[in-house]
Design a protein around this ligand. Structure first.
Ligand code: GRF
Length: 198
């Protein structure tokens, strides 16, 4: 079976990365994780990669807070290309990507966001939904462009906001949905890859 080579980028705890690697290991996802890369040296997502024996790397991001230094972003694209990656999966990667990555992987970079985009882009989207008194929120997988949580929407999953929800309880419920939605979307990319290649 032809497996879609993916690279996963993340800055944090890596629960989405774990869900994806578990599905691959369980044979439910025809992908192959070639590399996990983080801009945070001690990010748990790198421990998860090691636990699953996936190649992994820390990439020092440079002097900026919300983006990679251009030379670093060029290096990132090179690392992913050398690893043979066809789909770049952002899983809690806290930096906005720009031309070096977007040109190297056109419509080949996806992200998951904890709200029903286009509502509530940006940080702590679950809190934004609570403050706005929404009854429904969820998560969204979208193509990545150079704006925050902005590119074309691929799929969304709704999550109800319950009376008495705290930011923590709501975030936890959204993350359960994320861990179902993201592998399901990647599975669709795998099917396309098997059918027509890239
Ligand atoms: C997720 O909630 C995702 O929507 C957002 O960052 C978080 C990453 O969580 N982009 P994890 O590191 O996958 O646990």
């Amino acid at each position: 079976m032809k497996r879609l080579p993916i690279g996963i980028l993340g800055s944090g705890k890596g629960s989405n990365c774990r869900a994806i690697l578990e599905r691959i290991r369980g044979g439910d996802l025809a992908a192959e994780a070639r590399v996990v890369i983080s801009d945070v040296l001690d990010a748990p997502i790198l421990d998860i990669a090691r636990e699953f024996s996936v190649a992994n790397a820390y990439l020092p991001p440079g002097q900026f807070r919300t983006r990679l230094e251009p030379e670093v972003e060029i290096e990132l694209a090179k690392m992913l290309r050398q690893a043979g990656v066809e789909l770049v999966v952002l899983a809690g990667f806290m930096r906005v990507l720009h031309a070096p990555m977007l040109k190297a992987f056109p419509r080949r970079i996806i992200n998951i966001h904890p709200a029903l985009l286009p509502k509530f882009p940006g940080l702590e989207a679950w809190k934004q939904a609570l403050v706005a008194n929404e009854k429904l929120t969820g998560c969204t997988v979208h193509y990545v462009d150079d704006k925050i949580d902005h590119g074309e929407i691929i799929a969304r999953r709704e999550v109800p906001i319950l009376a008495g929800d705290t930011p923590e309880s709501l975030h936890a419920r959204i993350q359960i949905a994320e861990r179902e939605l993201y592998p399901a979307v990647i599975a669709e990319f795998c099917e396309k890859y098997q059918a027509v290649g890239y």
